[in-house]
Design a protein. Structure first.
Length: 89
């Protein structure tokens, strides 16, 4: 086998290797883009979760205030009932 033939074979092998590397590079780029999209989606979900958490805290505070108001109104009603019973007695 002549030196020229050996050189041609090496060149052909390099071409094959080059094509394989291009394909791998393309696949890696695609994976990277997918990962980037996933990170953005995770950030978006984290932000939504934080908003929902804040809404929940706000609602819990509202429920607490309403329960306190209800307890005060119940006490006032009990007081009125006692006064009405005293007047009727």
């Amino acid at each position: 086998m002549s030196a020229l033939q050996k050189l041609q074979e090496k060149i052909e092998q390099w071409k094959v290797n080059h094509e394989a590397l291009k394909e791998q590079n393309s696949q890696l780029k695609s994976q990277l883009e997918s990962a980037s999209g996933a990170v953005e989606e995770i950030e978006s979900l984290k932000n939504r979760l934080e908003q929902k958490s804040q809404e929940c805290i706000s609602l819990q505070e509202s429920v607490g205030r309403l329960e306190q108001d209800l307890a005060e109104k119940d006490a006032e009603i009990e007081k009125i009932i006692t006064q009405v019973e005293a007047l009727l007695a």
